[in-house]
Design a binder for this molecule. Structure first.
Ligand code: PLP
Length: 202
């Protein structure tokens, strides 16, 4: 996945011309402003935190939501996708580091268990796997442990919830994607390594 947040539509068009078909954006409003300038036939997923009050808009404009982090959000997305009459693939974001700023379900939370139980009954939202962001402490082995943990979690969840699809493991960014792939990532999210340093905000 090419992470195109903060990049102008013209640059995204260049990436499309070079063969990229899957993009990640982290803000609903930013993507809403750019999307009319983008060619058809690409997929754009939301990879930033989504507030439930923006779920309807996000369900309408994104082809997938990779950062579902609450039961309330899952329910809102299901309702919105039904209204849009579309199938919306989602990933469940898991918080595997103690960093305050990080979002995602705590691995053993009761809320996550409810989400997993509900997943098979959803009509328009399709759970496709798990996503995490590794901590940035400059030590690649910290990231490795985090990725390994996510893969282990997938194994446990697959065992406990055999009817839920956990095919995707979205993990790894420019600084740690090689390690993520070694640890079983199926989807790396690459921004700066493709497009160069971002000017501001992450
Ligand atoms: C910005 C972002 C990325 C890409 O980060 P790079 O270090 O530029 O590759 C990946 N995942 C998420 C969730 C992001 O917000």
């Amino acid at each position: 996945m090419a992470v195109s947040k903060t990049r102008p539509a013209a640059l995204i068009c260049e990436a499309v011309a070079a063969g990229v078909t899957l993009f990640g954006e982290n803000r609903v409003q930013e993507f809403e402003a750019k999307r009319t300038e983008l060619p058809a036939g690409i997929e754009v997923h939301l990879i930033g935190h989504l507030q439930s009050n923006k779920a309807a808009k996000a369900a309408a404009i994104f082809s997938g939501i990779d950062t579902v982090d609450s039961l309330r959000l899952l329910d809102r997305l299901e309702e919105a996708a039904r209204r849009e009459q579309k199938q919306l693939p989602v990933l469940l974001e898991i918080k595997l580091s103690e960093e305050e700023a990080k979002t995602g379900f705590a691995p053993e939370s009761a809320e996550l268990q409810v989400v997993l139980e509900r997943a098979v009954d959803l009509q328009n939202v399709a759970v496709r796997g798990l996503m995490t962001v590794a901590p940035f402490d400059g030590n690649p082995e910290t990231a490795r442990l985090c990725f390994r943990e996510l893969r282990k979690m997938r194994r446990a969840f697959t065992h406990r919830h055999p009817r839920v699809n956990f095919d995707e493991l979205s993990m790894g960014m420019s600084g740690d994607f090689e390690i993520a792939i070694e640890e079983g990532s199926t989807l790396v999210r690459i921004g700066t390594a493709l497009f160069g340093a971002r000017e501001r905000r992450g």
